[in-house]
Every structure is written in structure tokens, then in C-alpha cells.
Design a protein around this ligand. Structure first.
Ligand code: AMP
Length: 366
């Protein structure tokens, strides 16, 4: 793993008056660049040549500087990293950045200063580690099954490393698991050793609240051991299975698919705001214990409200998520923290600006 000292030595040579907010051009990058501009930062976008004109076509979110790469893997070359460092670039890792460059590559080969705590990549990328994290936090979670033979209720089977819910299936017994697993295997969709995680299927309503934790602030909520925490928006993911009723009266198999296809804005019933903030504060505090200094900046909890059990957390995304793209000018919650339109992208830039002013930039880069 790249040592913190190596990253800090690059950061120490940065000209703080010429910092550039940088990332790969993607949907979330629009919000990141737009917000950075509003906070007075120059911006730098990394793109494939083919995508360049598209990302240049947004007048208020176009990066000031564009660097092209033939393949995203080229970002890891020494030449490219040195170029980013010469530009005083601070990388904002969004979902596509992590996916295209690779979490392991970022940990082992990427020494450009990056907003947030890199160790988070290890914890969010491994579902078993995530469970440990939730247990440490003391939040309600689905029941986990370590082995298919333990399945004794409706369950969801997640292929380890599967992206965006594609290829998940339901099983209520070991027999059903074996049958469906074999079916996928015979179609060549998974191999025999495919690693799966199995958890209880929690019936209820899904919510995906977006939070920002600032290590520069002081605890503003119960259960929070460090930083200040804000709820900046909530979405619900639009998954194929949400439309299953369209095939009625028959359940069509194609609809039994959890692939994420988009996001809808959501507000929760008023009294639930407390539950969301409580869970987020516990998860943030546990992160500090497990991988100091813990979460920094944006994160999202994936939760289900069960009519009897209340909120159950089934996943965490420890970075800016696609659902925040609903709110480039702020959300139904952000006006209660800021009097100007505050997107998650702008919030990140605001944090960088505050840190520069207070001489604490090193506290945001790990
Ligand atoms: P994930 O990859 O964990 O984000 O899950 C993808 C989708 O599967 C979620 O957005 C939910 O719709 C569904 N899902 C995941 N875990 C559960 C669960 N324990 N109970 C019910 N639905 C779930």
C-alpha cells in the first residue's frame, strides 16, 4: 500500500492557491466540477478521447483542464500521476473512478493526493468487512447466513463483487439455493467456486440517505465521536424489480433483477429523520475505531424500513453516490444546513476550502 508519507510529501509541495479539483469525467463529475467552481476552485477532468466533447458541452460543469487517457489504467502511469501532481490536483474518488482505476490499484499504486481516507476502499469493497463494521456500529442488519445450508427464510444471494445488483437471486431454502446456483453455473454466468454472500431478504421500503462527515467540525449529534455530520439528501434506486407488477398477472422472470437503472428523489416520513441520523452517526463513529481516521466526506447508507423492526442497514457506499446527482442545487434537506444551494459536489469543495483556510488540508487527505 502507498504510504501516507509519500502522499503527504506530494501535498506539501502543492501551491494552495492553485489547487485543482480533479476526477474522471462522469455523471457525478458534473456536480463535483460545478460545485468546485462555485467555491472558486479550478477543475481538472480526466477523460477518454471519445468522451471529451460530451463533457466539454456543459458550460457550467466543464472542467477547466482536460487530460485525455487512452485507457483508464493509464492514470496509474508515473507520467500521468506526476502531471496531476504538477497541476496541484486533488482527486475526488466517485464510483466510476474507483471502478475504472480499481480499488486495489488505488491502494497500491496511486500516490496523487485524494480526498478522503483510502482505507475506506478496503472496508466498503468487502461485504464481510462491511458486516463487521455494522456490527461494531450496533445498527440493525439483516440476518446473515454463512453457508447455504443455513437458509431458513426468504433470502437474497449476492455474488461477491457483483455490481449494481445484477445477477442477484432469491432463495428460501438450501434446495432452492442449490437449484438456482446450478442454473446460473450451467449458463456460464458464475463458476463453481463463485463467492456469494447470503442474507435474509428484508421486506420493507428502501431508502438511500446521503451524508457528509466533516473531520473539521465538532460532533453535532449523539453517538458521534468525531466530526460533524450532515444529511444532504435521500434517494431511492430504480431497480428492474420495482416494475415487476407490469407483467401481472404473471410474474415474468426478467423482472426479478436488482440492477440499478436510475434514482428517484425521496423524503422520509418526518419522524424517521432521527433514525437515519442516528444510524449514520453510529456508522461514522465505528469507522473511526476500525480504520482511523474513519469516514471523511460523503457516504451513503442503504437501508430498508421494516414495519416491525424499523430501519435495517444492508450496505454502505463510502463516497459520493449517483443518487446525489438528483440534487445539483441542493436537496429538501440541504437548506437546513446552508443558505445557498449545496450539492454534495459543492460540499466537498467547501470542505477543501475551509481546510485550506484553516491550514488543515492534510486532515482530509489520507
Ligand atoms: P446491494 O448490491 O447490496 O446494494 O443490493 C442491491 C439491491 O438489492 C438493493 O438496492 C435492494 O433493492 C436489494 N437488497 C439488497 N439487500 C437486501 C436485503 N437484505 N433485503 C431486501 N432487499 C435487498
Amino acid at each position: 500500500m502507498i504510504s501516507r508519507e509519500r502522499i503527504m510529501s506530494a501535498l506539501r509541495n502543492y501551491s494552495e492557491s492553485d489547487i485543482k479539483v480533479a476526477t474522471i469525467c462522469s455523471h457525478s463529475s458534473l456536480q463535483i466540477f460545478h460545485g468546485a467552481r462555485l467555491e472558486g476552485f479550478a477543475t481538472l477532468g480526466i477523460t477518454l478521447p471519445r468522451n471529451r466533447p460530451y463533457y466539454e458541452s456543459f458550460p457550467t460543469a466543464r472542467p477547466d483542464i482536460i487530460l485525455e487517457v487512452e485507457r483508464y489504467g493509464d492514470i496509474l502511469s508515473d507520467d500521468f500521476q506526476r502531471r496531476l501532481i504538477e497541476e496541484n490536483a486533488i482527486i475526488i474518488p466517485h464510483g466510476s473512478f474507483v471502478e475504472y482505476v480499481g480499488a486495489q490499484n488505488i491502494l497500491e499504486k496511486f500516490y496523487v493526493p485524494m480526498f478522503g481516507n483510502r482505507l475506506t476502499l478496503l472496508w466498503e469493497g468487502d461485504r464481510r468487512k462491511q458486516r463487521h463494521w455494522f456490527q461494531e456500529a450496533g445498527v440493525a442488519v439483516p440476518k446473515y447466513f454463512n453457508d447455504p445450508s443455513e437458509i431458513d427464510r426468504p433470502s437474497i444471494v449476492k455474488l461477491h463483487g457483483a455490481k449494481g445488483g445484477h445477477g442477484y437471486f432469491n432463495a428460501s431454502s438450501p434446495e432452492e439455493f442449490n437449484r438456482k446456483f446450478e442454473e446460473l453455473r450451467s449458463k456460464g454466468l458464475i463458476d463453481r467456486e463463485a463467492d456469494v454472500v447470503i442474507e435474509e431478504f428484508v421486506p420493507g421500503v428502501r431508502y438511500y440517505p446521503h451524508f457528509f462527515i466533516s473531520p473539521l467540525g465538532n460532533p453535532n449529534l449523539p453517538n458521534l465521536t468525531h466530526g460533524s455530520l450532515e444529511l444532504l439528501g435521500i434517494d431511492r434506486r430504480l431497480e428492474v424489480i420495482d416494475e415487476v407488477y407490469r407483467g401481472l398477472p404473471k410474474i415474468m422472470e426478467e423482472y426479478l433483477d436488482y440492477t440499478v437503472t436510475g434514482n428517484l428523489p425521496v423524503v422520509v416520513r418526518e419522524k424517521f429523520v432521527v433514525d437515519l441520523l442516528e444510524a449514520a452517526a453510529k456508522i461514522a463513529s465505528a469507522s473511526r475505531k476500525l480504520f482511523n481516521p474513519g469516514l471523511i466526506g460523503p457516504f451513503c447508507l442503504e437501508m430498508i424500513y421494516h414495519p416491525k423492526r424499523g430501519f435495517v442497514v444492508f450496505e454502505v457506499s463510502a463516497r459520493i453516490v449517483a443518487g446525489t446527482n438528483l440534487y445539483p442545487l441542493g436537496s429538501p434537506y440541504s437548506p437546513y444546513y446552508y443558505s445557498e444551494p449545496m450539492s454534495m459536489g459543492r460540499r466537498i469543495a467547501r470542505e477543501l476550502k475551509t481546510a485550506i483556510r484553516e491550514n488543515k488540508l492534510h486532515e482530509l487527505i489520507h
